[in-house]
Design a protein around this ligand. Structure first.
Ligand SMILES: *Cc1c(COP(=O)(O)O)cnc(C)c1O
Length: 390
């Protein structure tokens, strides 16, 4: 394993499980549910944790270990856990740590299923929450209660691409002794590392840019040992382990994360530039586009704007849905972080479960379109969007 002086791109490739006797160059797939012991004494010592090593793949496996080791290095974390989906990770961060009576302060602009966990599942165990609006961070401090234990947020937000100042949030969390959790799925550690700004835990849906090719579902949580120990205990015993096969895919994918993210950012910037001046567009939102009201903050805490662009089409719901229908090359899907560019109409799909008022609060207007920009030639992406707009 490379020492800490190597760079992000090198770590993404060179952090590797030690080779087997076959001297293979690329880490093989360890598709095994359990591991053997050399003797009764060896088994006893492993169970007693006197010797480290793999026992059972719900606990650890060389493929998941490699994936976790890379993610820890990339995010600057002590320890990590890989999960069967991004949502198993979100649930692990919350249920692995919080107790009955605790309260969570969460950004209102959260992924849909995270919203369901906070509002429908955790209250059954006496864990409550309050939403804070991304556009009104002045009021967040007043929302902290004596029993608030955690600050949970996503930045950039989905699909509105509003940003939360991570340094400010980190200081707020520290001042009130809150566990600070960031879902960093939209940015990836290549573009944003929340731990540098005071986050205790960082959570990812590996399904998105980490896999990057639309093949597999998975997640990962990394952070400080204090909290990760609890989360590891929770996930090891409740069982949302990542499959070794998916871990193997994700670790291979991380090798190309930097080059893929550079291209996602380039293509997204080109598309945002095109949309920003189009007569049928009310506004475009992209963290590194000159019209983004928080571009300065974006440049302070992100190293690129990411792969998602949103815009509001003139003509509302009707024009938005006909735009989706007129797309020829790009995909109509609800995913993001794929090689293939995906167009989504959030109001009628990903965010249709919210009331109109709730959508208004997070900026999801009837004419809003989200484009998860892929790795095709940017002229073809812009060309398809242009013909569908016109
Ligand atoms: C997709 C997504 C999730 C959920 O991840 P799954 O892998 O689909 O379970 C959580 N948070 C964000 C921001 C996401 O985009």
């Amino acid at each position: 394993m490379p020492d800490k002086k190597t760079h992000f791109e090198t770590d993404a490739i060179r952090i590797q499980t030690p080779t087997t006797g076959e001297r293979e160059h690329s880490t093989p797939l360890y598709m095994t549910s359990s591991f053997t012991f050399e003797s009764a004494e060896h088994a006893r010592a492993m169970f007693a944790k006197e010797i480290e090593g793999n026992v059972y793949s719900r606990y650890s496996n060389p493929n998941t270990d490699e994936f976790i080791a890379k993610m820890c290095r990339m995010e600057g974390a002590d320890m990590g856990v890989a999960t069967s989906s991004g949502m198993a990770g979100v649930f692990g961060c919350l249920a692995g740590i919080l107790n009955q009576g605790d309260h969570v302060l969460a950004s209102r602009s959260l992924f849909g299923s995270s919203h369901q966990i906070l509002s429908q599942i955790l209250p059954r165990w006496g864990i409550s929450f309050t939403y804070a609006d991304v556009g009104q961070t002045d009021s967040w401090e007043e929302l902290i209660k004596p029993n608030t234990k955690m600050l949970f947020l996503e930045t950039p937000s989905n699909p509105g691409l509003d940003l939360i100042d991570l340094e400010w949030a980190g200081n707020l969390a520290k001042a009130h002794n809150l566990i600070f959790v960031v879902d960093n799925c939209f940015a990836t550690p290549y573009l944003q590392r929340p731990i540098e700004f005071g986050a205790d835990l960082v959570q990812h849906s590996a399904t998105k840019f980490i896999d990057g090719q639309g093949r597999a579902i998975g997640g990962v949580i990394v952070g400080s040992e204090t909290y990760m120990e609890k989360i590891q205990f929770f996930t090891r015993h409740t069982g949302p382990a990542l499959s070794p096969f998916n871990a193997w895919l994700f670790s291979k994918s991380l090798e190309t994360l930097p080059v893929r993210m550079d291209r996602h950012c380039d293509n997204a910037e080109t598309l945002a530039g095109f949309l920003g001046v189009h007569k049928n567009v009310n506004f475009v939102k992209y963290p590194f586009h000159k019209d983004h009201p928080q571009i300065e903050l974006a440049m302070r805490q992100m190293e690129g704007g990411g792969g998602v662009v949103c815009f509001e089409i003139k003509g509302g719901y009707e024009k938005a849905t006909s735009f989706i229908d007129n797309i020829k090359i790009l995909s109509r899907s609800a995913n993001l972080g794929d090689t293939r560019t995906i167009v989504t109409h959030p109001a009628s799909t990903t965010h249709s479960k919210l009331t109109e008022e709730e959508r208004e609060l997070v900026g999801i207007t009837p004419g809003l379109i989200r484009i998860a920009v892929g790795l095709e030639n940017s002229a073809d992406i812009v060309g398809d969007v242009k013909q569908a707009l016109e």
